[in-house]
Every structure is written in structure tokens, then in C-alpha cells.
Design a protein around this ligand. Structure first.
Ligand code: ZN
Length: 472
């Protein structure tokens, strides 16, 4: 009979791994990547697993060493000082116990990744028999009108009920610009590595007053985090519809007092690749001179405390120099210089970089906990307000804090740059839903709830800024 604690651990799916010397049995020369990096077809993840390893008992040094081992064994999804979630091929999962130091607890949180991938591609439209069924990623997305247009006059549009391909995203946003011609404008901030336009959408009040403080929201730096772009678009759409329908509401006030610029898909090449070839793709798609691997991890490629990488195949490959990726270079140029037509006169007041997953709202710095931002107290207070606003509308718990304490320390991230170099005082990065049940493969029925989190949270942030320093 099992001892009660061991029984409980098994019931929860946790395993106390056999005692091992740290990293015993690990040979980097034979370590295989978790999945094929390049694919002409569509990658499948049958039998792939995600494990959560609790490493809170390790020292910083051992944690760093273990991270390096795990990074070459599998695909790190999320890492904090307490735990790491890692995606492993069946072969890598079999050797996992031999890689972990003794007394490390690990448990499988996703037994079959392909099942979650299928779920994230589901359409909410019933099939001919009335059942809700997953569709192939190559199927056309659902549309509101037979001729293929989106009904943007309402948040009820079917657009928000599925993760849409890039072409549908662009078409939806074009329709939105046409529907709100006095309030919403679009422009290009540059081109991606594969030459796709990097589109920005600016919403402001209709009276032509353009000197309102600007809030810049970006998403999609990491290709597989599909809920980021979906939520950013929901936020923009919700602001416009609320501004029209509820002039006294919080969202309308945000649009009266601020200019809101959204770059919903900063990594369009990666997004397309993650839909058409490899659902787990994270980086952009630029050629980095490697024979096997492509892509720069955009969120380690910004020009503050940038650290070059050696391993082009790593999912967090930062490149050889800051702003090597055209996507980060274009975004930073917009933050600092504006556009050729409208050179920047005033720096943005706030910057929010949307990622998933983890339910976190974090302020700088990410690169180090030894440097504390002078505005930390205010940034923390506003972050707590964001989490509270999300809870008040029935959303889940979000945690707020300094990025270096909430996740593993990464140098060269966007919010560190906008805060330190761009002088954007209210700089944050957010990890949206969830906390690991679905991870990056959030099912489509959670797009709206996550979008509603973002509307509540970012409206609260904007109004906090307004009340604190614009009209105190
Ligand atoms: Zn991310």
C-alpha cells in the first residue's frame, strides 16, 4: 500500500523522481531537439508531452545549469523561479528523469499535445449535424456574411470566436478602419523579414485633437502565443464599439483622453508559420546564417542590455546584435521617432506588450533584479489596479510584480527598452491566460474572456495614469 503522501502525489499526477546526481546521463552531443525545426508539411505532436518541474529548491546556479540542459532537450514554454514547463517529444520525455537533480518534483501537465493543438484550431461553428468539431488549419475561417465580409458593427461578430489566419485578421482590421473612419487609422511601421507589412492601428477621438497622450500596445512577438493578437484586436474593437454606444463608459473615456496605437501582429511571418507548418513556432522567420535553424526571438532582440546568442537553434536566440530583426527595429523606431509623416513630438505615455501564458502583469526590469526602476512603486500600484479590474469583472487572478521576479531573467526585452531608452514611464509586459492547463493552445471559447480581461485591465491602467498625472 502506498504511503498517504505518495498516494496523493500519484493521484495528482506528480512523481518524485529517482535520486540522481544532477544532470547524470546527460550528453549534450546526443541531445535531440524536441521537434523538427523546419517543416514543409504540418508538424504533428502526437505523444508529445508537457511537464511541469518544480525547481524552487535549487540554487540560482543549479537552476541556470538545469535550464541550459532542458533547453537543448525540449522546448521551454515557461520558466519562473519556482517552476518550469517544458514540451518534450516522447523520446525526450523518457530521458527526463535522468536529467533532473535528486528531490526534483515533476509532473506531466499535458499528456498529448496534439489533442490540444486540435482544440486550439477548432471553429465554434456547428457542423451539419449541429456538433462543434475541430477543423483543419487549412479550412477557411468562419465569416459573418456569405460574401466574406465581417460584421464589425458588433462585438458579437464571429471573428472573435476563432483564432484567425493572418489574411482574415488583415481583412477584419481593414473593415474596422472603414467602419470607423473618423476614429481609426492604419499605417505601416515597416516590413517583416519575409516582407510582410507591419501594420499599426491608431484610435483617437474624432475631433482631430491628436496631441493626447499615446498608449502603445503590441502583441504577437512570439508566434505561437495566438491569444495575444486575438485579444489586442478584441480590445481595439471593444474601444470603438463602446465609444459609439456608451459615451459615459470607461472605454469611451480612454478614447477621449488617449491616443491608442495597437500593433496586433508584430511577427506576421511567425504567425503564418505557426498556423501552416509548426504550431509551436516562437521566433520570427529571418535567415540567421545557420544551416538548420531560422529565426530570432524578438523579445530578446531589443536594444537595452542586449546579450548576443550563439545557438541559432535555441528558441530564445536573441541574434548577434540588437535590432537585427526588422520587426523589433521597426517597432523601436516607431516608439522613439514616430513615422516619416508624423515624426514624434512626445514619447508614448504607456507601452504594453501582450504575451501568453501565465496571467501576469509585469513591470521592468526583466534583465536583472539588481536594478530597480525609480517608478517601481507607481508601476506596482497601477499593476495591482489592473489585476483588480480584471477580477471585478469576474476574470481570473493576475499577479503583478517586477518581471525579473515573475519569470526567468531575460535580457533585451521590449518593456525594458521602452522604459529605459524610450522613457515610457508606464511600460509593462503581460502574460495573458491561462496558467498552464492549455498553455499556448488556448481553445477558441477563451478568446472573448481573455479579450475582456484586456479591455478591463488596460482601461483601468489608462484611467489610473489619467488620474495620477494628467488630471490629478
Ligand atoms: Zn511571449
Amino acid at each position: 500500500m502506498l504511503a498517504p503522501i505518495a498516494f496523493l502525489a500519484l493521484a495528482l499526477g506528480a512523481v518524485a523522481l529517482p535520486h540522481q546526481e544532477p544532470f547524470a546521463g546527460y550528453d549534450p552531443s546526443t541531445a535531440a531537439p524536441a521537434y523538427i525545426e523546419e517543416s514543409d508539411g504540418v508538424d504533428r505532436y502526437d505523444g508529445h508531452q508537457v511537464w511541469r518541474i518544480n525547481w524552487s529548491n535549487l540554487t540560482d546556479t543549479s537552476r541556470g545549469a538545469l535550464y541550459n540542459v532542458l533547453e537543448t532537450t525540449g522546448d521551454v514554454w515557461k520558466a519562473t523561479p519556482d517552476m518550469i514547463d517544458i514540451h518534450l517529444s516522447p523520446r525526450a520525455a523518457a530521458v527526463l528523469p535522468s536529467l533532473l537533480p535528486k528531490d526534483t518534483h515533476a509532473r506531466k501537465i499535458v499528456p498529448d499535445l496534439q489533442a490540444l493543438v486540435n482544440l486550439s484550431l477548432a471553429h465554434p461553428l456547428p457542423d451539419l449535424h449541429g456538433a462543434y468539431a475541430p477543423h483543419s488549419p487549412l479550412d477557411d475561417p468562419p465569416t459573418d456574411l456569405p460574401e466574406g465580409g465581417w460584421n464589425v458593427s458588433t462585438l458579437g461578430t464571429l471573428f472573435h470566436d476563432a483564432f484567425q489566419p493572418l489574411a482574415a485578421v488583415d481583412r477584419f482590421l481593414d473593415t474596422l478602419v472603414k467602419a470607423f473612419p473618423e476614429t481609426l487609422h492604419t499605417f505601416e511601421i515597416g516590413k517583416s523579414a519575409e516582407g510582410r507589412p507591419l501594420r499599426a492601428y491608431t484610435a483617437h477621438r474624432a475631433d482631430g485633437k491628436t496631441d493626447a497622450p499615446e498608449v502603445v500596445i503590441i502583441s504577437g512577438q512570439h508566434a505561437r502565443e495566438w491569444v495575444g493578437p486575438a485579444s489586442a484586436i478584441y480590445f481595439l474593437h471593444a474601444l470603438l464599439v463602446s465609444f459609439r454606444d456608451d459615451p459615459e463608459g470607461a472605454a469611451a473615456k480612454v478614447l477621449r483622453e488617449f491616443t491608442i496605437t495597437v500593433v496586433p501582429t508584430l511577427n506576421p511571418d511567425g504567425l503564418v508559420y505557426s498556423r501552416e507548418h509548426s504550431r509551436m513556432w516562437r521566433k520570427n522567420r529571418q535567415d540567421v546564417g545557420g544551416l538548420l535553424c531560422k529565426g530570432v526571438d524578438l523579445n530578446t532582440n531589443w536594444g537595452y542590455e542586449f546579450r548576443p546568442s550563439r545557438l541559432a537553434c535555441s528558441e530564445s536566440y536573441s541574434g548577434q546584435r540588437a535590432f537585427e530583426a526588422p520587426e523589433t527595429a521597426a517597432m523601436a523606431n516607431y516608439i522613439v521617432n514616430g513615422t516619416a509623416e508624423a515624426p514624434r513630438k512626445k514619447m508614448p505615455r504607456a507601452f504594453i506588450d501582450l504575451h501568453s501564458y501565465g496571467q501576469l502583469f509585469m513591470f521592468p526590469y526583466s534583465f536583472s533584479c539588481n536594478v530597480f526602476p525609480p517608478d517601481a512603486e507607481n508601476l506596482m500600484e497601477a499593476g495591482i489596479g489592473v489585476a483588480k479590474a480584471i477580477r471585478m469583472i469576474g476574470g481570473p487572478g493576475y499577479q503583478t510584480g517586477q518581471a525579473c521576479q515573475s519569470t526567468l531573467r531575460f535580457a533585451g526585452d521590449a518593456a525594458d527598452y521602452t522604459y529605459a531608452v524610450g522613457q515610457v514611464r508606464w511600460s509593462y509586459s503581460a502574460e495573458l491566460r491561462d496558467t498552464g492547463t492549455y498553455g499556448f493552445m488556448l481553445p477558441p471559447f477563451l478568446i472573448r474572456p481573455t479579450g475582456i480581461d484586456v479591455v478591463a485591465g488596460l482601461s483601468a491602467l489608462a484611467l489610473f495614469i489619467y488620474n495620477t498625472e494628467i488630471e490629478p
